[in-house]
Write a protein that binds this ligand. Structure first.
Ligand code: C5P
Length: 273
């Protein structure tokens, strides 16, 4: 199905009357969170007194874009499963269907596990990292509006502030001077840091993930987002504006920043920034 065939779904976009597709959000939350150093899955780490996953779930639901939210949880994590069950009771009538699946050993496997549990009639899917728990609802809306306007793949991005270089490990004698050597400098004005939710026409994303079946272990490990799989198919990936609050909580410093966002002047969650 092409994105232009999307029928009316959950209503019109803000400011215009383009029909929205029937959207499912895949919320990947099965990571180990080792870099955060809490000794528990990242989704369970407390942020402002609640697990990171709860913030992510509330953000997705507040955006109002999803008919279904499918959460990929760490295998065997009863506590997060219970939390999702409790959250179902909080959802008012007309809220999205909440489904839970067991994630896999890689992010891509967790995405595929969730894709296999989507409801019949789903037209588009937003793949979102639970670790980006404070993503403003405006970002969800921009992604869905772009899909409604005809994109088969769309990602939220922000400009890169650092100069970015490519490096290689130094060999032989040079290793005494420094561990790496610069081999190139990317033009910064063309670089973007990529966030989630990444939005796709469902058939396009399913096709992109089928390609991974032929990947070597090293290639599979290098799949860090879904858009790169769609790029391999030669399908255009569009970019809309992301937000600084959509930071991926990965290190203890990120957690401090996220706590600050909740407590500071941006305390109202999911506001634009
Ligand atoms: O590890 P990384 O920071 O790339 O993880 C991004 C997101 O993917 C996180 O929300 C994490 O929970 C999720 N993930 C997953 N299954 C994995 C690895 C990561 O759902 N096996």
């Amino acid at each position: 199905m092409s994105a232009t065939e999307f029928s009316a779904g959950s209503g019109s976009g803000a400011g215009d009357h383009r029909p929205r597709p029937v959207v499912a959000v895949v919320l990947v939350a099965a990571g180990s969170g080792q870099r955060l150093g809490y000794g528990m899955p990242k989704a369970r780490v407390p942020l402002g007194g609640e697990p990171i996953l709860m913030h992510a779930l509330r953000g997705v639901v507040a955006s109002g874009v999803a008919q279904q939210v499918c959460v990929a949880l760490p295998a065997g994590d009863g506590s997060l499963r219970q939390m999702c069950d409790d959250f179902k009771d909080e959802l008012v009538d007309g809220g999205p269907l909440l489904t839970v699946v067991e994630g896999g050993g890689t992010r891509a496997e967790s995405v595929r596990s969730a894709l296999s549990a989507l409801e019949e009639g789903t037209q588009a899917v937003l793949v979102h990292d639970a670790a980006r728990a404070l993503t403003p609802e405006s970002v969800f809306l921009r992604v869905v509006d772009s899909l409604a306007a005809g994109a088969l793949a769309v990602i939220p991005v922000v400009p890169v502030v650092d100069t970015v270089k490519t490096v290689e490990a130094t060999r032989d004698d040079d290793a005494r001077i420094a561990p790496e050597i610069v081999v190139g400098t990317a033009p910064r004005e063309k670089l973007r840091a990529v966030q989630t939710p990444q939005g796709f026409d469902l058939d396009t994303l399913l096709k992109a993930h089928r390609e991974v079946a032929g990947f070597s272990e090293a290639q599979a490990a290098a799949v860090t987002d879904d858009a790169m799989l769609v790029e391999r198919l030669g399908i255009p990936v569009h970019a809309v504006r992301g937000a600084s609050q959509s930071l991926k909580i990965t290190t203890p410093l990120d957690l401090i920043i996220a706590e600050g966002l909740l407590e500071g002047p941006l305390g109202a969650r999911w506001v634009e920034g």
